[in-house]
Write a protein that binds this ligand. Structure first.
Ligand code: PAF
Length: 281
């Protein structure tokens, strides 16, 4: 499968082609979650660009960046059946950061403040910088993102409004393993024991969801921490319930408002995140 390394090559390929372009931005180590984004993009567009770029500016931890899984050959094989309409873009950082490899600074009305924004300082500036660059350089009609990174998704929607770009941001549901663990490139870093323990994250979230009318926020948080940390492999980095619109964490739930639980959990080295809806009660 041909690999495009510059946005100019992609432009020259697409310049005399008709139809819409869908972009699926990724950092590689492709899994079924990515496959569902690519599949949707393929159904909705004539051309699909999949970008693979491990974006250094969004990592606040250099060890995390160094250990992020890199599986380009396998990724290419996974995408090969779609090669008639798919363009694989694997740039050097200079193509996305022509001036210097650094984040810009953004404000998104507080959407960036809590959860990942607070626990991974600079993370969303890095994400927004690379996504802005991808959007400006590739000019897709639509771009596809998974709801596992729900906060990222809301920020990218806000970015598109802020920059007044004519790009439809398409959100796609979380894809889970059979035991409920949300699919993530980082799952590949888990030892068999950690992988088994990690299934407790979604199990605990499901129990909380089914008790949402009976339990208050502090009981939910206590239950999650207790259940997940029972397995010595894991520690809870955070548990928040936040309003789905402004992503501000709350201590108590009001009827008629839509919330989400956001969690981050550490296994020995790997950090996993997940999110589920708390229905309007
Ligand atoms: O979700 C991701 O994989 C990354 O944050 C993204 C959107 C590709 C930007 O580097």
């Amino acid at each position: 499968m041909f690999v495009y390394t510059t946005h100019r090559e992609i432009h020259s390929f697409l310049k005399d082609k008709k139809g819409s372009v869908g972009l699926v931005p990724t950092m590689g180590a492709l899994h079924q979650g990515h496959a569902s984004l690519v599949e949707k993009a393929t159904l909705e567009n004539e051309w699909v660009i999949v970008s693979i770029f491990i974006n250094p500016t969004q990592f606040n931890n250099q060890e995390d960046l160094a250990e992020y899984p890199k599986t380009l050959t396998k990724d290419q094989q996974k995408l090969a059946p779609l090669k008639e309409k798919l363009l694989l873009y694997v740039p050097e950082y200079t193509d996305l950061y022509p001036e210097k490899l650094a984040s810009k600074s953004y404000r998104f009305d507080g959407l960036e403040k809590h959860m990942e924004g607070a626990y991974r300082p600079g993370h969303f500036d890095g994400v927004a910088t690379v996504v802005q660059s991808l959007f400006e350089k590739l000019s897709p009609n639509r771009a596809y993102f998974g709801e596992k990174d729900f906060q990222q998704l809301q920020i990218i929607k806000a970015l598109v409004v802020q920059l007044d770009l004519k790009i439809e941001v398409v959100s796609c549901p979380i894809i889970r393993e059979d035991d409920g663990l949300a699919m993530s490139s980082r799952n590949a870093l888990l030892s068999p024991k950690e992988r088994k323990a990690a299934s407790e994250i979604y199990k605990a979230l499901q129990v909380i969801q089914s008790n949402q009318t009976a339990w208050d926020a502090s009981k939910m948080s206590h239950y999650f921490k207790t259940k997940v940390e029972e397995k010595s492999e894991m520690t809870v980095d955070y548990f928040f319930i936040a309003n789905t619109t402004d992503l501000i964490p709350v201590q108590s739930l009001e009827r008629g408002i839509s919330y989400r639980i956001f969690v981050a959990v550490y296994t020995r080295k790997t950090r996993l995140i997940d999110t589920v809806e708390l229905g309007i009660m």
